[in-house]
Design a binder for this molecule. Structure first.
Ligand code: FES
Ligand SMILES: [Fe+2]
Length: 364
């Protein structure tokens, strides 16, 4: 996986773009068939891809201690991720091995998982520990009735889960969420739009002025980005006006913190975004062709109640609501017949990379 540029290099490229009124350009534009957002077959293939890809599941900080767990559906499969007594994160299909009841929901901390239906109880490592009135199950092989494991990999501050693991796709990931951050908020919501439209909203800065006139545009730049690829993933740098202050520093001392947002797109359906007080992680779970559940984790290393933190959080929430409104407005037009293809221009190269990678992964 190619390495990402360091902060000093990215800042240098952004300042150059500001001086020249330019931005990073892709080689060419890309035409994405609108049918790819409307096809039930394509959607099923995308969900199957999600199940065989190591997909970002939650930040490590959501599982801070032994027994911490997060349970939610991932690509239609109920998944339970839990940190064991040995500190290792494991993931399981979230289904009791008696008659299939989901064992946990949401997030919390447990010593063991007891099924609410008849009380079969599993350890944090998934082993079946206890069956009430076990004499009623002659010949039950408890050793073979542990929770069904999935592949969980914890790296760069993120827990990835692969339901049908392929070759290790996580080698060489860059630093994403630094150690020591704590989870300050975890929210989820449903958006009536296709998951790919929601992903696309994060991958370009061409819409800043028009979509975010009162939120991001006053503090950022319109259509001014550095776009990098690493494997199937991308990183897009969005500078703030405050980046001008870095001109006074020697290049080696130019740090991104507080001067730009990095959006990391973790193919296929997750985003990590850096902000002055926070790191955001967002997972977009496709529920249906036209419905997506978003899981947002907000992490910080700063003390509670830091001045400016609430203002920053409000700004990000308002900008995010604007992106969701646009995504829904696209969704409503998809079937209108107005467009056979969507044309992603040379400013929208990370969208082309996303769709090119998706096409290749789906063999289409
Ligand atoms: S379904 Fe879980 S104990 Fe019966
Ligand atoms: Fe946006």
């Amino acid at each position: 996986m190619p390495a990402l540029a360091d902060d000093a290099t990215v800042v240098g490229r952004l300042l150059d773009h500001i001086d020249r009124k330019t931005t990073d350009l892709a080689e060419a534009s890309w035409r994405e068939p609108v049918a790819n957002y409307l096809s039930a077959e394509r959607f099923a293939a995308e969900c199957a891809l999600l199940r065989r890809t190591p997909a970002a599941f939650c930040p490590s900080a959501a599982l801070p201690a032994p027994g911490s767990y997060v349970a939610r559906a991932a690509a239609g499969t109920p998944v339970l991720a839990v940190r064991g007594g040995d500190g290792v994160v494991r993931a399981f299909r979230n289904a009791c091995r008696h008659r299939g009841t989901e064992l946990a929901s949401g997030a919390g901390c447990a010593k063991a998982f007891s099924c609410r239906y008849h009380g079969w109880t599993y350890g944090l490592d998934g082993t079946l520990r206890h069956v009430p009135d076990e004499h009623g199950f002659p010949g039950l092989d408890k050793g073979a009735r542990g929770l069904v494991p999935l592949e969980a990999v914890e790296t760069q501050g993120i827990v990835f889960v692969a339901q049908q693991p392929e070759a290790n796709a996580l080698a060489g990931l860059p630093a994403l969420i630094p150690p020591g951050l704590r989870l300050v908020r975890a929210t989820e919501g449903e958006v009536p739009a296709n998951w790919k439209i929601l992903v696309e909203g994060f991958l370009e800065g061409y819409h800043i002025r028009w979509t975010h006139p009162q939120t991001f545009y006053p503090v950022q730049f319109d259509n001014l980005n550095v776009v990098e690829r690493f494997g199937p993933h991308s990183r897009i740098a969005f500078p703030y006006q405050a980046i001008h202050r870095l001109r006074a520093l020697p290049p080696a001392e130019r740090k991104a913190d507080g001067k730009l947002t990095y959006v990391y797109h973790l193919f296929p359906n997750a985003m990590v975004a850096t902000f002055p007080h926070f790191v955001f992680m967002l997972v977009l779970e496709p529920l249906a062709l036209d419905r997506t559940r978003s899981f947002i984790s907000v992490l910080t290393s700063r003390p509670d109640g830091e001045p400016g933190a609430q203002r920053g959080a409000d700004l990000i929430a308002a900008g995010g609501a604007e992106d969701n409104e646009v995504a829904c407005a696209i969704q409503r037009s998809l079937a209108s017949g107005a467009n056979d293809v969507f044309e992603f221009g040379r400013f929208e190269g990370a969208l082309a990379h996303f769709h090119r990678t998706l096409d290749a992964a789906l063999g289409s």
